[in-house]
Every structure is written in C-alpha cells, then in structure tokens.
Design a protein around this ligand. Structure first.
Ligand SMILES: [Zn+2]
Length: 131
C-alpha cells in the first residue's frame, strides 16, 4: 500500500476522537518504552502500514536534551513505534507506545478464528490462523 501523507492541522483532534489521550507536543505518549532491535524486527511495524506519522522533540529523561523522534502509529492511532538516532553511538534506538498496555485474554470461539480481548480496555482482535 502506498500512503499519501497529508499534513493536517487537526491530527491532535483525530487522536482525541480515536480515544488516544492528548499529550503536549513535546511530551512522550503514554506507555512509552524502549525496545530492543530484535523486538522491533518482530513488531507490528513490519506487518501493517502506519496510520499516521509524527515528528516531535521531547526529553527522554527529566531535564535531558530534546531528542528528535520519528513516530509511526499503527492499529489506527492506538499504538505505535518510534525511532531516535543515537548519533554518538552510531545506532538507532527503538521505542513503542500505546494508549493501553493490553492484557490479552483468549476468547476463541471458532477453530480457525483466533480471537483475543483486552481485560483492561476490551479491545478485541481476531486472526485467521487456518490451523
Ligand atoms: Zn487494552
């Protein structure tokens, strides 16, 4: 899928409509967590097209320097991944964020359709496992 990036002045409004909490342009999104390169390679970043991209500058630690952050939202705006160039170390640092740290419960009802539901936010996802 080839995505046409449309610059919008109302992305924050779209995020709020989706239920994603509004954060200050220089603040980190909820449930921000650094992940390893291995976790990133196995993530949904490589399965789905991003719903939105965002560039922001934020501090990773209080009173730390502002970092340039490229963010990619997936599953609508529910969660996403971010990358920061660590120029001193010559490497990329990977992060994930989400409106909910899902606590999945298997509620499969059909043999070939695997369904899970989050105990916290009740989001439901189904996968055709064909097994
Ligand atoms: Zn959840």
């Amino acid at each position: 899928m080839l995505l046409d990036l449309v610059h919008s002045t109302d992305v924050d409004g779209q995020l709020r409509q989706s239920g994603f909490p509004s954060v200050h342009p220089n603040a980190l999104p909820p449930n921000w967590k650094e992940i390893s390169e291995r976790e990133f390679t196995e993530s949904a970043f490589f399965i789905y097209s991003p719903s939105a991209v965002e560039f922001k500058q934020a501090q990773l630690i209080p009173n730390g320097p502002l970092e340039n952050i490229n963010m990619f939202y997936v599953y609508g705006y529910a969660e996403g991944f971010a990358m920061i160039a660590d120029r001193e170390a010559g490497r990329v640092r990977y992060f994930r964020f989400a409106e909910c740290e899902h606590d999945w419960q298997d509620i499969t009802t059909y043999q070939f359709l695997h369904t899970i539901r989050c105990r916290k936010c009740l989001e439901t996802r189904s996968f055709d496992t064909s097994d």
